[in-house]
Design a protein around this ligand. Structure first.
Ligand SMILES: CC(C)(COP(=O)(O)OP(=O)(O)OC[C@H]1O[C@@H](n2cnc3c(N)ncnc32)[C@H](O)[C@@H]1OP(=O)(O)O)[C@@H](O)C(=O)NCCC(=O)NCCS
Length: 296
């Protein structure tokens, strides 16, 4: 344990320092764990830092007791950001500055964040490939489910005709919450507002199935939830169709129970790899579902 270490509730004034240190810590893990045939890790861009800070600012407002910062000699060196939605505890970010890792800071931070979820029946987080992080999660009782990801250029000739997918809006939040409860076991509630501020949302509704997906500006789906695999697949195809020809798209965080997503990715001629784990407690990995890295 480090002398001079204080673990205390995170504040809005910590956002900049927390964005910087999480970006640095995640890039350092990527440098250590990326496969040789992948493009090298890129440091987090200022735009992605700002998106991280906006999502974290939202958590600070909704879950002040779930967000913790570690200060060493007056400098913010770590944080754990968690939220509770209905009866589910969700860990959004967990990082310690590389130069102070391995000194017990992370253990204290995660204990404080886990305490926020003490009344929850279920828990969910998306872990990096860092063995130190994974050790903490398993010791906290989480089951580890390896994640796959698909990446590449979409074969435009493979794009099917997709019907009845429309643009979503704030008026769809009740529908999306109900899809969440069915697919994930807890609604995103106000996290939908934070997601809508950063991504396009598309919705598919028929008499027998419903689903939605958040899609980034490049046509990569970053969160997909649906009542059937067919609907989930249609939403991913619709996202792919919006990518610029020749550009790279990715689908991250695909677990083994979501083979439908692998089938869509392979049909689009993307390649499949593995990275990190979906960690769940008190529940099975959701399906048909592709989780977002921090909003789950
Ligand atoms: C994960 C992280 C937050 C932990 O913080 P930390 O301050 O280094 O953690 P601690 O020092 O409290 O504990 C580290 C634990 O990992 C163990 N550990 C370290 N390297 C390890 C390895 N290669 N394999 C297995 N365990 C390892 C340590 O032994 C220790 O466990 P113990 O206390 O039970 O012996 C920090 O390492 C980090 O920021 N990693 C990069 C970012 C990241 O991947 N975050 C997780 C996102 S999901």
């Amino acid at each position: 344990m480090s002398a001079g270490l204080v673990v205390r509730p995170a504040r809005e004034s910590d956002l900049e320092a927390m964005a910087e240190l999480t970006g640095r810590a995640y890039t350092e893990v990527d440098e250590r764990t990326f496969q040789r045939d992948w493009p090298g890790p890129e440091p987090r861009t200022p735009e992605r830092n700002a998106a991280w800070a906006a999502r974290t600012a939202h958590a600070l407002r909704t879950d002040p007791e779930g967000c913790w910062a570690a200060e060493l000699d007056g400098r913010v060196v770590g944080c754990a950001i968690s939220r509770v939605r209905e009866l589910m505890w969700l860990l959004s970010s967990f990082a310690v500055a590389p130069e102070v890792q391995g000194r017990g800071v992370g253990t204290q931070l995660i204990a404080a964040a886990l305490h926020h979820g003490r009344g929850c029946l279920r828990g969910m987080l998306s872990a990096s490939a860092d063995p130190a992080a994974v050790r903490r999660y398993r010791l906290a009782g989480f089951d580890l489910h390896p994640q796959m990801f698909l990446t590449g250029t979409v074969d435009r000739d493979a794009l099917p005709v997709v019907e009845r997918v429309r643009e979503g809006s704030a008026g769809d939040i009740d529908l999306m919450n109900s899809i969440d409860r069915q697919a994930r076991g807890a609604a995103h509630l106000s996290d939908h507002e934070a997601l809508m501020a950063q991504f396009r949302v598309i919705v598919k509704e028929t008499s027998s199935s419903q689903g939605y997906a958040y899609v980034d500006g490049g046509g990569s789906p970053v969160l997909v939830a649906a009542s059937t695999r067919r609907t989930a697949s249609d939403l991913v195809w619709e996202a792919f169709a919006s990518s610029a020809p020749g550009s790279t798209v990715s689908v991250h965080h695909v677990t083994a129970v979501n083979q439908w997503a692998i089938d869509v990715g392979l049909a689009a001629r993307l390649s499949v790899h593995t990275s990190g784990y979906l960690c769940v407690r008190g529940m099975k990995p959701p399906a048909p579902y592709v989780h977002h890295g921090s909003m789950l």
